[in-house]
Design a protein around this ligand. Structure first.
Ligand code: NAP
Length: 286
């Protein structure tokens, strides 16, 4: 059985790594703040001292960190993944980054003799815990085949999308639409309630029609309860919108809604909601 490394034990990474350990795989974990490794070690995971050490000792190393800067930081440098990966080992970066960052990481890994796959995920904390993420894989096909048993534990589907960059692009397109939906939903909920409608009734009406979706139901309930316990940090959604807008700029593709949504999320960060759940966007509209 292949041995797996896991770098980055935040909200998502922790849940994904726990599922790998519980499925019986040989897992070695690393996190910048080492305290977050304790729960995994108690469940039977080993601890690696650096991304380099994990990549050098495991057949496939997965990563799930915040943003492009973090993804580059754990790959580059003397303690980075590329310094340890060696011949034919695999690196699968599951963080949400832009295609150019993913390609830069892929080049560093392949130049060091390793194989690279990007595999950002759609789905938040609960699907990560339940092993029902949608995994958007692109890159080395032999590594994809080898990673499928791990993907089957972490997700409910893992389409192979082609060259490095296509997984990143798919993820940005999906989250851009999600951010836009959440933004108009927050506006609609706050407008409705200001005009005297009951929030529960708005949710009930929405859920009965063609616009019914789990996100409106889950985030709507959070908004009404004023419970913004973090499942998807608002700062990460703003990062995704920024990267999507940048992609639109690069392709000279007009995206008026995504651009406005990005501004709304920036405002929410400025108001101090960066580490709260994306549902906290509602507080800005309210
Ligand atoms: P999170 O809870 O904020 O965790 C971020 C992780 O990145 C932590 O392990 C953190 O380490 C690490 N990190 C940050 N900067 C670093 C650096 N410079 N060097 C090394 N490690 C660094 O975030 P998350 O919600 O798990 O999200 C992780 C990724 O998944 C993001 O790209 C996000 O966009 C994406 N995503 C999230 C969700 C969601 O619902 N949460 C859904 C889909 C995709 P420390 O513990 O040391 O700070």
């Amino acid at each position: 059985m292949a041995s797996f490394g896991f770098l980055g034990l935040g909200i998502m990474g922790k849940a994904m790594a726990i599922n790998l350990v519980k499925a019986g795989f040989d897992v070695t974990v690393w996190n910048r703040n080492p305290e977050k490794c304790a729960e995994l070690i108690a469940l039977g995971a080993k601890h690696g001292d650096s991304p380099k050490e994990v990549a050098a000792t495991c057949d496939i190393t997965f990563a799930m960190v915040s943003d492009p800067a973090a993804a580059l930081a754990i790959c580059q440098g003397e303690d980075g993944v590329a310094a340890g990966i060696g011949h034919q080992r695999g690196y699968v970066d599951m963080s949400t980054v832009d295609a150019a960052t993913s390609q830069e990481i892929g080049n560093a890994v392949t130049q060091a003799g390793g194989r690279f796959l990007e595999a950002p995920v759609s789905g938040t904390k609960k699907p990560a815990e339940d092993g029902t993420l949608v995994i958007l894989a692109a890159g080395d096909q032999s590594l994809y085949q080898q990673a499928v048993p791990a993907f089957e534990v972490m997700g409910k589907m893992s389409p192979y999308l082609g060259e490095v960059g296509q997984g990143a692009n798919m993820k940005l397109v999906v989250n851009m639409m999600m951010g836009g939906m959440l933004s108009i939903f927050s506006e609609g909920m706050s407008l409705g309630m200001k005009s005297g409608l009951e929030g529960e009734k708005i949710l009930e009406v929405l859920s009965a029609g063609a616009m019914a979706n789990p996100m409106f139901a889950i985030k709507g309930a959070m908004m009404l309860a004023e419970d913004y316990t973090t499942s998807f940090p608002l700062k990460h959604m703003q990062k995704d919108l920024r990267l999507a807008v940048e992609l639109g700029d690069k392709l000279a593709h007009p995206m008026p809604t995504a651009a406005a949504t990005n501004e709304a999320f920036k405002l929410a960060r400025k108001e101090g909601y960066a580490d709260e759940d994306i549902a906290a966007l509602y507080k800005v509209m309210k």
